[in-house]
Design a protein around this ligand. Structure first.
Ligand code: GUN
Length: 304
């Protein structure tokens, strides 16, 4: 039986640590960390993420400001809002929720955010700092993965780590972070010829693809540490009999359940540690975003 890595518990610990630091920052410097969020359009998942991020801000005592723009917003309008946040003294972190509607150039938008307020870590300056191992902002989900491994006492140094997925948000930065921690890193993607060969070699396997059951029992070795970043919503009509019985209460109440990219029920007995979905990596993303925003506020307050 694998140890379940409880992301909800770890993220609550981090939020409690942040709360204490916020009180101290207000006491010493009279500063409250502030996060500015820009949401363009009506993407339902983005709306949920943005409201969770705002709720997280409230929980730890941050100021949170959100601008909601219509699906038809122009690039110039988004750039104008970024400029306002760049200049606001009470905003220490800026986040533009992705994806953006097609008329807006994502690269232009991300590059308009001041690297000093880029708490998502997507600006090329911060990506460069990650490569060069300089202090900057690291994207929240991969930062959360490393934080989980460290807080669970899982060794990274010297181990074979396989990253499945090569996105800018998770796969690429996560591979770099694992490398910076001295893992031997393999990155797999859609053109990888023999995925199983690489997953079987993994002592730490991180999967961020968005495909349910991508990683099956025969693709991992005994004792593997599994970090499952996938969040896939399966409705009752699409669920297998095993899933219907395992997640019966979810299907009864919501008509759907959330599963990751790995076949959890079959792989869990082989793994030494595994993140569940939900309650694994998901909650860590918000905790690390808040941590980045606190870090920015501390730099602005000249405490770092
Ligand atoms: N869309 C999916 N994940 C993220 C994230 O971490 N940050 C932003 N800004 N958008 C996202």
């Amino acid at each position: 039986m694998a140890k379940l890595i409880n992301g909800t518990k770890i993220s609550n610990d981090i939020k409690n640590e942040i709360k204490e630091e916020v009180k101290e920052l207000e006491r010493i410097k009279g500063i409250k960390p502030g996060l500015g969020v820009i949401l363009v359009g009506e993407n339902p998942a983005s709306k949920v993420y943005v409201s969770s991020k705002q709720k997280g801000c409230e929980e730890v005592g941050f100021l949170s400001d959100a601008i909601k723009m219509p699906e038809t917003a122009t690039e110039a309008e988004v750039l104008k809002q970024i400029e306002i946040y760049n200049n606001r003294k009470d905003i220490h972190g800026i986040l533009v929720q992705l994806p953006l509607p097609s008329q807006i150039d994502k690269i232009k938008v991300l590059e308009a955010i001041s690297p000093l307020k880029d708490v998502d870590g997507f600006h090329p300056v911060n990506i460069g700092k990650l490569v060069a191992q300089e202090d900057g902002f690291v994207p929240a989900t991969p930062a959360g993965i490393i934080e989980m491994l460290k807080r669970e006492g899982i060794t990274i140094k010297g181990r074979n780590a396989t990253m499945v997925g090569h996105s800018e948000i998770v796969g690429k930065p996560c591979a770099l972070l694992l490398l910076n921690e001295w893992a031997t890193v393999t990155v797999c993607h859609i053109e990888t010829r023999d995925l199983k060969m690489h997953t079987l070699n993994a002592e730490i396997l991180v999967v961020a693809v968005g495909k349910p059951y991508l990683i099956k029992e025969d693709m991992v070795k005994d004792g593997v540490v599994i970090i499952d970043v996938g969040i896939n919503r399966i409705t009752t009509d699409k669920a297998s009999p095993e899933l219907l019985s395992w997640r019966k209460s979810d299907f009864d109440v919501k008509g759907a359940t959330l599963i990751g990219d790995v076949d959890f029920q079959k792989i869990e007995p082989k793994a030494s540690a595994i993140t569940p979905v939900p309650g694994g990596v998901g909650p860590m993303t918000i905790a690390m975003l808040l941590k980045n925003t606190l870090k920015s506020a501390k730099i602005f307050a000249q405490l770092k």
